[in-house]
Design a protein around this ligand. Structure first.
Ligand code: FES
Length: 104
């Protein structure tokens, strides 16, 4: 399902924002004008990745224990997380950001 989450101007460059998408926390990151979306829950324990730190090379670091995820693939790049997080397809239409589950 494709869901509008916000306007592009709502997420400044090199920042992240969390959204409730049908009861699931999902985050959208703006990396130098490119938007990426992944599940906002760390695969290690209960922490919001959007409250962590954006790193270079499209990576985000969990605020709790420091796991690192690739925003493009959801892959866990650093312990203690080993499982990936879900990624969402992002499309921009007239300055609106839409995300779409890849499972649909
Ligand atoms: S909750 Fe994210 S690394 Fe532990």
């Amino acid at each position: 399902m494709k869901v509008r989450v916000c306007k592009t101007s709502d997420i400044p460059a090199n920042s992240m924002k969390s959204f409730d998408v049908e009861g699931e926390p999902v985050m959208v990151a703006n990396v130098d004008g490119e938007f990426y979306s992944i599940a906002d829950t760390c695969s290690h324990a209960m922490a919001y990745l959007s409250e962590g730190e954006l790193l270079d090379d499209c990576r985000v670091q969990c605020p709790d224990h420091g796991a690192v995820f690739d925003l493009r693939t959801g892959e866990a790049l650093a312990l203690p997380a080993v499982a990936p997080v879900e990624t969402y397809k992002v499309t921009i239409e007239s300055d609106d950001i839409y995300i779409e589950s890849r499972a649909d």
